[in-house]
Design a protein around this ligand. Structure first.
Ligand code: UGA
Length: 459
């Protein structure tokens, strides 16, 4: 099919390059010439494991056409996908200006019969607004909401390994066309070894299921426009609630001497609960959960509803880095002034260089405020984190350097390479052998045996 995708972020560029690699002709539109130039070279303009391979393939085959120009792309397309950013306004609502400006440009250049697919995360009612814009233009087009569920770090794997494809519209025929487009990805995935792309998919899951064995049609949900929009924010709010719940239980475990990892394993075996996304830690961050939870809360309030549960999910998360900072302070006899603390990790989770709302960055800044001397290292996100980090924070050039003279080392982001460090050898570099495992991913017993003081989250 011939497709235009507006916005070349995690969703737009992943979807666009995979669709192009699968044989569709895809125009990738962005307003930023620097991003377009990088894509033209066959690369992503951000770190996302496995993605460069497909961007490169798609550019070489000339199936992926990066452009700044709607005029070149839209009249040649059967489907136009909007996947632009929706940042949070100071009041918690979402800024939809990029979505509406993309819709306006698409409508200006389109011919009758175009299908406009809305993939940006938006409040309920946005699709209907775009329909009104089309009506006003006097042209004819249909609108389909097709929310995105990929996670950063496993964007390629998730896009091929859909557990569900949600489409929502008043127009069944348009939904069927969109389903047909994504079926081409499913067919292409059968020619690939998907296990190559799943390294970061299992970070917060017990085991990644391969969905490609289930017939594609059985994974498609045809919904109403508003329901599809609601699915996306509800899914993120529910997942964020699972994590905040796990963090609350971990705080109780700390008081009663239980091990939160054992408790989560115990409840996760109940199929009604499930083990995924019950990993206590430093709290959730990134470009999605913080934005979507505050967006949904705003929507509830706007409709006169008190969503106390979601408010609690957000508050628990806001206090989680304070909780961890207090644990570090406790481990250092209550005083952080001039104490040397090393932090492993800055990205909001492994597999990405994204530091938006990163709990690791929040923690580093909090420790500096309390007078500590903080050194940080991240394998991918040093550059991105710089503008968010307090000036006094020192940057190390390797994970090993974090241990030099440290009085406490904090595992803030659970990058696989940090879990493989030789803690036994590194102990001699420390001033005090204290590990704060803020992701509950290290071997507690082994570290204690080597002689570290081990402090986890509820364990
Ligand atoms: C999230 C959703 O998982 C995706 O399904 C969704 O498509 C995406 O938002 C989006 O809206 O675009 P993402 O933000 O990439 O994906 O990352 P997650 O893997 O969900 O992690 C989010 C945060 O929660 C991270 O800071 C992570 O460290 C934390 N987390 C996750 C935990 O602390 N514990 C867990 O058990 C799971």
């Amino acid at each position: 099919m011939k497709v235009s995708i507006v916005g070349t972020g995690y969703v737009g560029l992943t979807t666009g390059s995979l669709l192009a690699a699968a044989g569709n002709k895809v125009y990738c539109i962005d307003v930023d010439p620097k991003k377009i130039d990088i894509i033209k070279e066959g690369k992503a303009h951000f770190y996302e494991p496995g993605l460069d391979e497909f961007v490169n393939k798609a550019i070489s085959s000339k199936n992926l056409i990066p452009t700044l120009d709607y005029k070149e792309a839209i009249p040649n397309s059967e489907i136009a996908i909007i996947s632009v950013g929706t940042p949070t306004n100071p009041d918690g609502s979402l800024d939809l200006s990029y979505v509406f400006s993309a819709a306006e440009s698409i409508i200006k250049h389109m011919q009758n019969g175009l299908i406009i697919v809305q993939k940006s995360t938006v409040p309920v009612g946005t699709g209907r607004e775009i329909m009104k814009m089309i009506e006003k233009s006097g042209k004819k087009a249909s609108v389909v909401s097709c929310p995105e569920f990929l996670s950063e770090g496993s964007a390629v794997f998730d896009t091929f390994n859909l557990d569900r494809l949600v489409v929502g519209s008043d127009n069944k025929k348009a939904m069927t066309e969109v389903v047909g487009l994504f079926k081409s990805l499913d067919q292409f995935s059968k020619t690939l070894d998907l296990s190559k792309y799943k390294e970061f998919s299992e970070i917060y899951k017990k085991k990644t299921k391969l969905n490609t064995d289930i017939p594609f049609e059985e994974r498609v949900l045809y919904l109403g426009l508003e329901s599809a929009e609601m699915v996306k924010i509800t899914a993120n709010a529910y997942l964020a609630t699972k994590i905040s719940f796990a963090n609350s239980i971990a705080r109780i475990c700390d008081k009663v001497g239980a091990d939160s990892s054992e408790v989560m394993e115990g409840i996760g075996r109940d199929q009604r609960i499930g083990r995924d996304f019950l990993y206590p830690g430093l709290g959730w961050g990134g470009g999605c959960f913080p934005k979507d939870t505050s967006g949904l809360l705003f929507l509830a309030n706007e409709n006169g509803l008190n969503f106390a549960q979601l408010q609690a999910t957000i508050s628990i998360n806001e206090s989680q880095s304070d909780y961890v900072a207090a644990k570090i302070q406790g481990a250092l006899n209550g005083d952080l002034k001039n104490r040397k603390i090393g932090i492993l990790g800055l990205s909001y989770k492994p597999g990405t260089n994204d530091t938006r709302e990163s709990p690791a960055v929040k923690l580093a800044n909090k420790l500096i405020k309390k007078g500590a001397e903080v050194t940080v290292f991240d394998p991918e996100a040093m550059e991105e984190a710089k503008s968010f980090l307090a000036e006094k924070i020192k940057l190390a050039d390797s994970a090993k350097k974090i241990f030099d003279g440290s009085e406490a080392v904090v595992l803030a982001t659970d990058w696989p390479e940090f879990l493989k460090l030789n803690f036994k050898d590194l102990k001699s570099k420390t001033k005090r052998a204290v590990i704060i495992d803020a992701r509950n991913k290290l071997d507690k017993e082994e570290l204690k045996k080597i002689g570290y003081t081990y402090i986890g989250i509820g364990r």
